[in-house]
Design a protein around this ligand. Structure first.
Ligand code: AMP
Ligand code: ZN
Length: 491
């Protein structure tokens, strides 16, 4: 069988995959900042790495998969680390505790990951749960001479670091070109050089998310948490670090610098993997621009960019049809096509069990299986794998129509292999089940809407309000319009 090769963003090449510890793999993926609902773009990145996790496990590796939750330190302006903390801002606007924001969107994230059949990571640490570890790293970087304190904040000295190391090696940027736009914002003027980035920031009196430190009350810089949590759970050097392409700079570049500064220049990660963006109407899906579709809108069809709802497995299949390093554009037509393909694949998988067998097989199963593995071993090439699966679909349908034949043992092998790739590795599930559940839910809610209407007609407002409120508690919102009452699922 061919060997797994991974495209390493650091070298810009596909490299044979050799874990540091025989059959154990350590993988860290940057998780969401839990200040709002994840959109389908975020979901794509997490599904890409879920497929990587699944395939490594399928190959027999024991994988420790760490994916963090960012619940502090991520400021509004990612590049310059300026502005308000994203979570604190949401808490201020909604007049709730930051940890209420964190709780709400962490639950939302987990629900969505489950709907899309993503396996939970082995460890899911939070930034606020690792403040002490982050402070320790800052102390170490200061001790090594690569950071300085000014007015209660600590900055990483990029120019100093670059004298003996190479800052910019991941994003292939030159330090001289990295003079960030020097807008005069809070704290900016404290830096020695505009390239420097914050390891620890002094908390102004109004900043509510704050912790004591040797430099006074403050909060960690966003890049620091991933260095602290990856090192704590995977060691100073580990196999795979992943995240969306947009995190390469500055986030991952700064992670490398922080780790090398404390680790005598030893690079922390063997394989850097970056998943590409989901776009809509040719532009990146993003929370800030509003050019996005939420998973719930996808499921219910409640978004102007789609003509109807699509199930999570169909969306997952749509994503798997593209290579994780390619840009994928979301559109109604593409989803409709994916739905057809998905159904055809699932029908064929369902038929394998009852295929009639005969005395010979008119399909090269062994070679086909090798080609399936070769596809995934070539940097997780899921579109090529899916093309191979459709070769098998064609054959299965021919056998069904008596135009091809298969012997019993091959039938079992075909079935096992199809199931392994479709369900275990691509993580697809039968959409019909979730559709049926959705239909049942809709029937039940329609019945309650009718009962509420009858209660109102009888002026029994206690009952009608109770139906509305209890549904709201379950996350089902009723909307009264001139054409009657409709409902939506989700907060
Ligand atoms: P955030 O919560 O903004 O930190 O993002 C969580 C993850 O989603 C990161 O790995 C981002 O790179 C990724 N991401 C953000 N926007 C997109 C997009 N349009 N397509 C794919 N991944 C994205
Ligand atoms: Zn990170």
């Amino acid at each position: 069988m061919s060997q797994l090769h991974i495209f390493n963003s650091l070298s810009g090449q596909k490299e044979p995959f050799k874990p540091l510890n025989d059959d154990h793999v350590g993988m860290y993926v940057c998780g969401p900042t839990v200040y709002s609902n994840v959109h389908l773009g975020n979901v794509r990145t997490f599904i890409s790495f879920d497929m990587v996790f699944r395939y490594l496990k399928h190959l027999g590796y024991k994988v420790r998969y760490v994916r963090n939750i960012t619940d502090a330190g991520h400021l509004e302006d990612d590049t310059n680390q300026q502005g308000e903390d994203k979570i604190a801002k949401k808490a201020r606007l909604e007049q709730i505790e930051p940890m209420e924001v964190v709780q709400r969107y962490t639950i939302d994230f987990h629900t969505i990951m489950q709907q899309f059949n993503a396996l939970p990571p082995s460890i899911e640490p939070t930034a606020t749960g690792h403040i002490i570890e982050q402070i320790e790293i800052v102390k170490e970087i200061i001790e090594q001479g690569f950071a300085y304190e000014v007015n209660g904040s600590v900055y990483f000295d990029v120019l100093k670091f670059n004298e003996s190391h190479r800052y910019g090696k991941l994003s292939k940027r030159k330090v001289e070109d990295l003079i960030h736009n020097t807008r005069e914002l809070d704290g900016q003027s404290d830096k020695k050089n505009p390239q420097d980035f914050a390891l620890w920031k002094k908390a102004e009196p109004q900043h509510i998310m704050r912790w004591p430190s040797p430099w006074g009350d403050g909060f960690p810089g966003w890049h620091l948490e991933c260095t602290a949590m990856s090192t704590k759970y995977l060691g100073e050097r580990f196999d795979i670090h992943g995240g969306g392409m947009d995190l390469k700079f500055p986030h991952h570049e700064c992670e490398i610098a922080q780790a090398e500064a404390c680790n005598h220049g030893r690079s922390p990660v063997n394989y850097w993997m970056h998943a590409n963006m989901l776009t809509m109407n040719g532009k990146k899906m993003a929370k800030s621009t509003g050019n996005n579709i939420l998973p719930n809108e996808l499921l219910t069809g409640d978004n102007p960019n789609i003509s109807k709802g699509f199930s999570a497995p169909v969306a997952r299949f749509f994503m798997m049809q593209a290579h994780y390093r390619s840009i994928l554009d979301f559109s109604n037509d593409a989803l409709l096509a994916a739905e057809k393909g998905f159904q055809k694949l699932m029908d064929a998988v369902g038929h394998t069990e009852t295929l009639p067998t005969s005395k010979e097989t008119s399909f090269g199963i062994t070679k086909w299986k090798e080609r399936c593995y070769a596809a995934l071993n070539d940097d997780f090439n899921t579109p090529v794998l899916i093309a191979e699966l459709f070769e098998a679909v064609k054959f299965i349908n021919q056998v069904k129509d008596d135009k091809a034949s298969i012997i019993e043992t091959d039938k079992r092998e075909l079935q096992q292999t199809m199931n392994a790739f479709v369900f275990d590795v691509l993580g697809l599930t039968s959409a019909s089940r979730s559709n049926e559940d959705g239909d049942k839910l809709s029937d039940v809610v329609e019945m309650l809407i009718q009962m509420r209407k009858e209660a109102r007609d009888n002026k029994d407002y206690a009952t009608s309000d109770r139906i509305r409120d209890e549904l709201a508690n379950m996350g089902i919102q009723l909307k009264d319009g001139k054409d009657g009452t409709t409902f939506s699922v989700g907060s």
